[in-house]
Design a protein around this ligand. Structure first.
Ligand code: FMN
Length: 405
């Protein structure tokens, strides 16, 4: 049996049936006011049938006023509970775990949906899609802590076996970690302990309101790869602190909107090893006991197995591979030569190809095919998906603003 098919016991007592996880990918399938739709259920029914031991959902927002993009799920929408229960049931149906990814975008809330994004400090993002943020007040920080805990409690009541906190890619939790984004001089900024305070409070409050067998995981960056930002040393310390607090799983990624290395890798050597963050995984693994998931770049069964066999990684996270082959986990288990067909998506225009939204838009289109019960349309040209997705972004952004007006 492949090492990828070995079960993994977590601290909570849960057992993941194997070592492949679908990493979070924003589905962009909710209604403009953030309700779950039948398309979500069809999508996760398909991905569940892939037999990946753990399916982490795309961003589920803890505040419907602060969203990372249009048509994302609002975890606290009063009318979502029945649909969340149906979504959660797909886990036991397929014998896999489904964990919603709880998220607050902070300043990474685009102006198409948000005129006043919030952040630890009023440091703008170097991207014209976003308005400069306003600094959070102390009361607002506590309100967000409470929202994360409410959302986690709701997910538990709906029947999900855990949640993952989005602490990577420049979203609010990671903004608090970063000395570049967090310039506060109160107890929420400055020293390492102060920059950790927000995630610690969120984590503790979730633990206060959920049972001991409920899984709480986090996705963190190995580094932001940004001058003056969250460094690898900081990241190692964050992982150690979360391990000591009792977290159930840490997923490693990297980068942000300003530097999307999570989908490109950092340097040629890491690209050659397939997985972008393996060097970091080896370092952090020697410092922590909690299981580690590494996401970014895995394409072949050989590389996945070798990462698990090396002992540096406990779970392989795959994102884009699930958008081009919804049954990728099952196919990896059955085919020793498996190689994902994920390729760089290009239009041939260099400036366009460098835009983060370019690749995302093509994969979102594939996710939408799967959510309609269709096969991915892998031959679609990058130049075709971009205008379509940008148009939808604009149209849906206006719809979001209309429902809020
Ligand atoms: C369409 C798309 C949507 C994504 N949405 C999310 C998200 O909601 N949350 C998240 O943590 N990462 C998100 N990611 C990043 C992936 O989880 C993953 O870190 C990245 O794609 C690298 O993994 P891969 O090489 O297996 O694709 C997204 C990626 C894509 C392509």
């Amino acid at each position: 049996m492949s090492s990828l098919q070995k079960p993994l016991a977590l601290r909570s007592g849960s057992v993941l049936p194997n070592r492949i996880s679908k990493a979070a990918m924003s589905e962009v399938l909710a209604t403009p006011d953030g309700r779950v739709t039948p398309a979500h259920l069809q999508l996760y029914d398909t991905w569940g049938a892939s037999q990946a031991g753990l399916l982490i959902t795309g961003n589920v927002m803890v505040d419907g006023r602060h969203i990372n993009e249009p048509l994302v799920v609002d975890g606290l929408h009063p009318d979502n509970f029945t649909a969340l229960k149906k979504w959660a049931l797909l886990g036991p149906k397929h014998g896999v775990h489904i964990w919603p990814q709880l998220s607050h975008p902070g300043k990474q809330s685009p102006k198409i949906v948000n005129d006043v994004p919030l952040a630890p400090s009023a440091v703008p993002i170097d991207n014209p899609m976003f308005q400069p943020p306003r600094e959070l007040t102390e009361d607002e920080i506590w309100d967000i802590v409470d929202r994360f805990a409410q959302a986690a409690h709701r997910c538990e009541k709906a029947g999900f076996s855990g949640v993952q906190l989005h602490g990577a890619h420049g979203y609010l939790l990671s903004q608090f970690f970063s000395p570049h984004h967090n310039r506060r001089t109160d107890k929420w900024g400055g020293s390492f302990d102060n920059r950790m305070r927000f995630v610690s409070e969120v984590y503790q409050e979730i633990r206060n309101r959920t049972g001991a067998d409920f899984n709480v995981a986090i996705k963190i960056n190995s580094s932001d790869f940004q001058k003056g930002g969250f460094t690898q040393e900081d990241s190692l310390r964050v992982a150690q602190a979360l391990d000591a607090m009792g977290i159930d799983l840490i997923e490693i990624s990297g980068g942000s909107w300003e530097n999307p290395v999570n989908r490109r890798g950092t340097k040629e050597s890491t690209r050659r090893r397939e997985a972008y963050f393996l060097d970091y995984a080896e370092k952090v693994k020697s410092l922590i006991d909690v299981p580690l998931m590494v996401t970014g770049g895995f394409r072949t069964k050989a590389a996945m197995e070798s990462a698990i066999d090396s002992g540096a990684v406990d779970i392989i996270g795959l994102a884009r591979a699930f958008a081009v082959d919804p049954y990728v986990a099952r196919n990896v288990f059955n085919d020793n030569e498996y190689t994902s067909s994920v390729q760089p998506i290009t239009t041939g225009i260099k400036k366009v190809d460098q835009m983060a939204v370019m690749e995302i838009s093509w994969y979102t289109m594939q996710i939408h095919h799967i959510s309609q019960g269709k096969a991915p349309h892998q031959k679609a040209h990058g130049a075709f998906s971009l205008p379509q997705v940008l148009f939808n972004f604009w149209k849906n952004g206006r719809a979001v603003k209309r429902v809020r007006a």
